[in-house]
Ligand binder design. Structure first.
Ligand code: UD1
Ligand code: UDP
Length: 382
C-alpha cells in the first residue's frame, strides 16, 4: 500500500535533464509505479538534441515527460538558476510527497536545492560518489546535493563510506546498487540486435570505442591535442570509433583527428551499449561508461587522473590512465595485451530501482517524525 493520510497515492516527482539521467531514472520510475505510486516525470531540458535526448526516450521506452522546463544550455549559473526558477512553482503546483534526483548534473543540484527549501522529502540516487577533484563541476553538484538530501541512495559500499566519513547518519544512507546497470541488463538483448556494427561495418572485437566530453579534456585545445595524439597511436594497433559529444564537436573539427580514429554522431542508447559490448577496448572520460564497461566485462581505460567510481577499478575492468599521452598509450597496450578479468560489483544486479522504491516508500509510510531529515552535522568536504 502506498497511500498517504490524504487518501491519494504517494506522489513522487522524478527529475531528468540530460543524457546520463534517462537510463538512471527509468528503473526508479518503473519500480515506484509497480508499487502504486503516482510518478510525475519532470524534464529540465538541459539536453535537447534528438541524439542527446529524444533517442533515449525511444530506446528506453520512457513515456514523454509530464512537465518540461526547457532550460537549454548556458553557463553553470544560468543553467542552474533557470532550472531552479522553473522548478520552484512547478513543485508548489504538483505538491509531491517526495522528489527523486539522480546523478550529478546541474539539473540535479538545482532541483535538490529547490526541494530542500520547499519541504518534500528528497532522495538522491547515486549519492556518495566523490572524485575529490574540486575542478570538476560535478563534484560540487554531488556534495551539495547529498548535503540537502533526506535519503542518500548509494551505488556501492565505497560511496556509503564517503558519506559516513562526512558525518551523514546511518539512517539516511542506503546501499541500493547501481540503477544504470538495471537499464543495461534490461536492454542488453535488444542492444545486441540493434545492427549498429553492421551499419558501421565493424566486426566484434575489431575496434576500440572512445568517448570524450569532460571540460578538463575537451575545452583546452592543448590537452585535447595530447589526447588525440595518444588515440592516434592506439588506433595504429586497434582502430577507434568516437561518437562525438556536442561539447567536443567544434574543437574536434578544428583540430582534426589522426588516422584510424573515426568520428560518428552521438550514438543512441541501444547502439552505444552494443558498441561497448563488442569493443576490444573502451577509452573514456565518462562516468557512466566506466560502470557499464565494468558490468559488461569490457576493458576500460579512463582518461582522467581520478574517478568517483573506484569500485570499477577495484572490482571491475577499469584502469585509470590520466591525461598524459605516453601513459595513456602504455596503459592501452597493457590492457590490450592482458585485459583485466571481468568482475561485477555486488548489487549491480538489475534490481537497484526496486531497492530505491522500497526505501522511499517505506520512509513515506513511516510517521513524519520517523523519517530521516538532512543530517545536522556540518559536512566538511574540503
Ligand atoms: C553535462 C553534465 C555532465 C555530464 C554530461 C553528459 C553538468 C555540469 N554537466 O555536460 O556532468 O557528464 O552532461 O553528457 O551538468 N549541447 C548541444 N546539444 C544538447 C546539449 C548540449 O549542442 O542537446 C552543447 C551546447 O553547446 C552546450 C554544451 O553542449 O553549451 C554543453 O552542454 P551542458 O549540458 O552544459 O554540459 P555537458 O558538457 O553536456
Ligand atoms: N551514451 C550513449 N551514446 C553515446 C555516449 C554515451 O548512449 O554516444 C550513454 C552511455 O551508454 C551511458 C550514458 O550515455 O549510459 C553516459 O552518459 P555520458 O557519458 O554523457 O555522461 P556521464 O556518465 O559522464 O555523466
Amino acid at each position: 500500500m502506498t497511500g498517504t493520510s490524504q487518501e491519494r497515492p504517494v506522489r513522487i516527482v522524478c527529475v531528468a535533464g540530460a543524457r546520463p539521467n534517462y537510463m538512471k531514472i527509468k528503473p526508479v520510475m518503473d519500480a515506484l509505479e509497480r508499487r502504486g505510486a503516482e510518478v510525475v516525470l519532470v524534464h529540465t531540458g538541459q539536453h535537447y538534441d534528438e541524439s542527446m535526448n529524444g533517442v533515449f526516450f525511444t530506446d528506453l521506452g520512457i513515456r514523454p515527460p509530464d512537465r518540461f522546463l526547457g532550460v537549454g544550455s548556458g553557463t553553470h549559473a544560468e543553467q542552474t538558476g533557470r532550472v531552479m526558477a522553473a522548478f520552484e512553482p512547478l513543485l508548489a503546483e504538483i505538491a509531491p510527497d517526495a522528489v527523486v534526483v539522480v546523478g550529478d548534473i546541474n539539473s540535479t543540484v538545482a532541483c535538490a536545492l529547490v526541494t530542500a527549501k520547499a519541504g518534500p522529502l528528497l532522495a538522491h540516487v547515486e549519492a556518495g560518489l566523490r572524485s575529490r577533484d574540486w575542478t570538476m563541476p560535478e563534484e560540487v553538484n554531488r556534495v551539495v546535493t547529498d548535503r540537502v538530501s533526506d535519503y542518500l541512495l548509494a551505488p556501492s559500499p565505497d560511496a556509503a563510506g564517503n558519506l559516513r566519513a562526512e558525518g551523514y547518519r546511518d539512517d539516511q544512507i542506503h546501499v541500493v546498487g547501481n540503477v544504470m546497470i538495471d537499464s543495461l541488463l534490461a536492454n542488453l538483448d535488444r542492444a545486441r540486435g540493434s545492427g549498429v556494427l553492421d551499419r558501421l561495418g565493424l566486426a566484434p572485437g575489431g575496434y576500440g570505442l572512445v568517448t570524450l566530453h569532460r571540460p578538463a579534456n575537451v575545452d583546452d585545445p592543448e590537452v585535447l591535442t595530447g589526447l588525440l595524439k595518444a588515440l592516434g597511436e592506439v588506433a595504429a594497433r586497434c582502430p577507434l570509433v568516437l561518437p562525438v559529444h556536442p561539447r567536443a564537436a567544434g574543437r574536434l573539427a578544428e583540430l582534426g583527428v589522426p588516422d584510424g580514429v573515426r568520428l560518428i554522431p552521438p550514438a543512441g542508447y541501444l547502439d552505444f551499449i552494443a558498441l561497448q559490448d563488442s569493443a576490444r577496448i573502451v577509452l573514456t572520460d565518462s562516468g557512466g561508461v566506466q560502470e557499464e564497461t565494468t558490468a559488461l566485462g569490457v576493458p576500460c581505460v579512463t582518461l582522467r587522473d581520478n574517478t568517483e567510481r573506484p569500485v570499477t577499478v577495484e572490482q571491475g575492468t577499469n584502469v585509470l590512465a590520466g591525461r598524459d599521452p605516453e601513459r595513456i598509450v602504455a596503459t592501452a597496450h597493457t590492457v590490450l595485451d592482458d585485459p583485466p578479468a571481468p568482475r561485477r560489483p555486488e548489487l549491480w544486479d538489475g534490481h537497484a530501482g526496486d531497492r530505491v522504491a522500497d526505501v522511499l516508500l517505506d520512509g513515506l509510510a513511516a510517521p513524519a517524525n520517523g523519517r530521516p531529515r538532512p543530517t545536522d552535522l556540518p559536512a566538511r568536504p574540503r
